[in-house]
Each structure stands twice: as C-alpha cells, then as structure tokens.
Design a protein around this ligand. Structure first.
Ligand SMILES: C=C(O[C@@H]1C=C(C(=O)O)C=C[C@H]1O)C(=O)O
Length: 339
C-alpha cells in the first residue's frame, strides 16, 4: 500500500483509507473523507477521499496494511540542544511580560535515526492508545506522521458543535499542587477564553467545569465546551475559525503574533504536521477534527519527535524544559519505543 490515512476515535472505531486520494476543498456529502493539512493550513483542498475505505480494528490492521513480517522500528535518538529553544523561550516571555502577548507555544523537536525496522509498525501501537485519545496517521511511500492525541479541535454533528480547551500540564502524582497551580490555570483559561470568544457568535454556548484529563503519563486541565449552532456550518470554515488555538498557537492570534510564531517554528524546524488539524468525516456527516500532537514523523530514516509548551508570564525555563521531556517520554511510551 503506497499512501494511506488512519483515524481512530476514543470509542475504538477506526477507519483506514487507501490512496490514491481525491482532494476536495469541502467535505463530501457522503462522508468517508480524511482531513489532512499542515499547521499553516496551506492545502486549499484538505479533504482527502480514499480510493478504498475500510473500517478496521486493532486485530486486523496489520493484515490490511501489509505490515505482517516487518519489524518494529529501532531509533537512535540525539539529545536535543537547548540554545535555539532557550532563545525563543526568553523572547516569548519578554513579550508576555511587556503585555504585547498573552501566550505562545514554542516547539522543540528531538531528532532520531531509524537504524532498523519499519515506522509503519507503530500503527498497531496507536490503535491500542488509551480510550480518551484520538489516533491519526498519514503514511506515504517514504515518509509520514502518526500519533495519538488527547486534544479535539471539534466534533460537528448536525448543528451540535463540541470542542475542548486542553492546556496546563503536570506529571501524575501531585494532583493537589496542580489543581491550585495559578500559572497552569492561567495557561488553561486563556484557551477557554479564546474558544468562548470565537464561538459566541455561532449560537448558544455552554462550558463544563474544568476537570483533569489523564493521558499516557501526563495530566492536563480540560474544559469541554459546546454550541448549538444557529445555522448549519461547514467544517471547512470552522477549522480556520478555531485553529490554531492558544493550546498550540498564540494569543492574541493577530497577524503579528502569528508571523512570530511561524518564525519560531521555522527556526526550530518544527514539522508541518505538528499541531495541525487532522480528522475524518463519517458517512452520516459527523465530522471529527483533532489537533495532531503526541506523534512522530519520518522521512526516509530521519525521525522527528516534536513537543510544545505554553509560555505565559510566570513560565520558568527549567520547568518547561522538563515538561517537554515528559511529553516526549509520553509519546515514546505510547508508541512502545521507550528504551
Ligand atoms: C503542545 C503540546 O501539548 C499542548 C500543550 C499543553 C500545555 O502547554 O500544557 C497541554 C496540552 C496540549 O494542548 C504537546 O503535547 O506537545
């Protein structure tokens, strides 16, 4: 199989689409299409209709993707250098303290070299991800990306829109400290405020209380939001309305801040898939779009493992550096790649 896409819902239902894909600007009425784009939404035709679509389970994926016989990947990781990230971190914090910015999410990417095996084998691991995660993959002949994310951008079913703020991170174990951590709460509430502002015009909105979301080896703050839309909305318009949220982007989301964010991403060599929207439209029209974090990408034998962290005025470098490591470790654990 040359090119394919995979999407798994938290409830375990999963779809595998085989290329070649037909690209469309809007979601087809019959559904059965994947949404694949990069962080900057460069692709004007992000809806990809596969030549063949299969509903798959963890049990039959290996056979369907012809993985049988290939070995698990072995990766030699290089320790990430601090310099560029430290510079971005300091500049962002300075901008926040000067009140020119509220929050920005720089991304650090760890590189690795594939020494044996096939990265496609990791599809089996993302099919086994915990029940509160969405798994995604887009694989081409010599490269691709895949992962399992705890972050949904939105789910649209008729006129019911669901979304979530997921931001603020801790290691499991110190829940009491985390629940009252002012900096983490601020980081989270910035995302809630942003979503509320963006969604208010669309219809009656409801916010659930802030709760804890426990994923593989990490705890986050999560607030669910929902909107009863006044008029039918096209997912093609909702994506640029909501993405990027300040959970992976910046606030304010004006041209100047977005330009800075793009500059940092370029300087730090962040892969285009990271933080981008990814999704699937079911045959009944229900559309799921998630935020592609907690994953890896590869090109030939070069592997990248990106992770980001929100910087606000109270952020300290060592704390964020540790948080980035925890996030990378969570991905490695999820993919059963830990050494
Ligand atoms: C950017 C990542 O995660 C995002 C950033 C978070 C944070 O800064 O606390 C938490 C969850 C995600 O919204 C990542 O996992 O790399």
């Amino acid at each position: 199989m040359m090119e394919f896409a995979l999407f798994r819902l938290p409830d375990g239902r999963a779809w595998l689409g085989e290329g070649p894909f037909t690209a469309l600007a809007t979601v087809p009425a019959a559904g059965g299409a994947f949404y694949i784009n990069d962080f900057d939404l460069h692709d004007p035709k992000p809806w990809k209709v596969p030549a063949r679509l299969h509903e798959v389970t963890a049990g039959d994926l290996a056979e369907k993707t012809h993985l049988n016989g290939s070995q698990k990947p072995q990766i030699q990781w290089a320790k990430p250098a601090t310099e560029w990230f430290k510079m971005a971190f300091r500049r962002i914090r300075r901008e926040v303290q000067a009140k020119r910015l509220e929050k920005m999410v720089p991304v650090l990417t760890e590189s690795g070299t594939l020494t044996a095996g096939n990265p496609r084998r990791l599809l089996e691991a993302i099919m086994q991800a915990p029940g509160n995660m969405w798994s995604y993959a887009h694989v081409k002949e010599d490269g691709g990306f895949l992962g399992s994310t705890p972050e949904m951008l939105f789910k649209l079913q008729e006129r019911q829109l669901e979304t979530m703020a997921l931001a603020g991170t801790a290691k499991p174990g110190n829940q009491e400290g985390f629940l009252t951590d002012v900096k983490e709460i601020e980081e989270h509430e910035i995302v809630v405020r942003y979503l509320t502002q963006r969604l208010q015009a669309l219809g009656a909105m409801a916010r659930e209380p802030r709760t804890l979301c426990q994923t593989s080896g990490l705890v986050h703050f999560q607030s669910k939001l929902s909107v009863q839309l006044e008029a039918k909305a096209d997912p093609a318009q909702l994506v640029p309305l909501l993405h990027p949220t300040p959970a992976v982007g910046c606030l304010p989301r004006d041209d100047e801040a977005m330009e800075k964010l793009r500059e940092y991403r370029q300087q730090l060599k962040v892969p285009g898939f990271f933080g981008a929207p990814f999704g699937f439209a079911e045959a009944d029209g229900t559309t799921h779009i998630v935020v592609a974090i907690r994953g890896i990408c590869w090109e030939g034998n070069q592997i990248s493992l990106p992770s980001g962290c929100g910087i606000v005025g109270g952020s300290a470098f060592d704390h964020e550096w540790r948080e980035l490591r925890l996030k990378r470790e969570a991905v490695l654990r999820l993919l059963s790649l830990q050494s």
